[in-house]
Design a protein around this ligand. Structure first.
Ligand code: NAD
Length: 275
């Protein structure tokens, strides 16, 4: 399987299919990320709050894979706002990851209760210019929170938001597209909280002789989103990676598009309530 890449609005490229490590036990992270790298993943999505950057870093170092073949994302946690805190946080992440730069650094949540994200965002841009991260972006900045970021004139390369068939975030996707901000879909499989194995997706999977997870990931890829499903089993890691070669028809894609339930489809936290 060849992993497709996308070009970001800052000229950088990103592997469209990666591996996420939310809820991967820090004690098991080195082993699980090593297995993911062996399966063929080259893009790892972590965050400081996951507590497993050190394990990710050890797996990357032990792999012997050249730095420029790897794509590493981490995220600034919500209690680190303003220039000094953001600089200290990225420095600590780089230390834990054992890297001199990450490929992508994101503000993890808008946290409206913590005040404006503007100074923090400007600091991310400065750190990008200094080479500490190649690209910068935001996470969970839906149409309520993205405008304040855009007003700075510094356009995020990506917006990482909850997105899966029953929760397609049309307004956030549309606003991001207007600025050529790529969408990274978190919880791309519905985090195991939605049964996508039956109904429309199950029927497509049966027809194509692939799994419901592969159909769902292929739908994301076909619509130009970046995904990094999480799995601790080598079988599912390989299965998810192989979704890159699943071909859906325009009718399949339209049928999955029609599963959107709008706001009712959300399965995780509303950014308005996260601080
Ligand atoms: P996900 O949709 O990837 O679902 C993971 C669940 O699906 C796990 O329970 C796993 O066992 C199961 N699964 C994986 N592959 C499967 C397969 N082939 N068949 C059946 N079940 C399968 O949810 P996620 O892990 O929350 O999201 C992916 C990544 O997104 C995370 O690991 C993390 O990197 C990122 N994320 C970011 C945020 C954010 O706020 N920015 C929030 C949540 C997750």
């Amino acid at each position: 399987t060849t992993i497709p890449t996308l070009q970001l609005n800052d000229g950088r490229t990103i592997p469209q299919l990666g591996f996420g490590v939310f809820k991967v036990d820090p004690a098991e992270t080195e082993r699980i990320v090593t297995e993911a790298l062996e399966a063929g993943y080259r893009h790892i999505d972590t965050a400081t709050i996951y507590g497993n950057e050190e394990g990710v870093g050890r797996a990357l170092a032990a792999s012997g894979i050249a730095r420029d073949e790897l794509y590493v994302t981490t995220k600034l946690w919500n209690d680190r706002r303003g220039e000094a805190a953001a600089r200290e946080a990225l420095g600590a992440s780089l230390e834990m990851l054992g890297l001199d730069h990450v490929d992508l650094y994101l503000i993890h949540w808008p946290t409206p209760a913590n005040g404006s994200p503007v100074e923090t965002w400007q600091t991310l841009a400065a750190m990008r210019d200094e080479g500490l991260t190649s690209s910068i972006g935001v996470s969970n900045f839906d149409e309520r929170y993205l405008p304040e970021i855009l007003e700075t004139g510094i356009v995020p390369a990506v917006n990482q938001i909850e997105l899966h068939p029953q929760f397609q975030q049309r307004a956030a996707v549309e606003l991001s597209a207007q600025h050529d901000i790529k969408i990274e879909a978190w919880g791309p499989l519905g985090q195991g909280k939605v049964d996508y194995s039956t109904g429309v997706i199950g029927e497509i999977a049966q027809r194509l002789g692939v799994s419901w997870a592969q159909v769902t990931l292929a739908w994301h890829l076909a619509e130009g989103r970046i995904v990094f499903p999480k799995s601790s089993s080598p079988e599912r890691m390989a299965e998810n990676l192989a979704a890159a070669s699943v071909q859906l028809t325009p009718e399949d894609i339209a049928a999955i598009d029609a599963l959107d339930q709008g706001a009712a489809g959300r399965v995780s936290a509303d950014p308005a309530e996260v601080s």
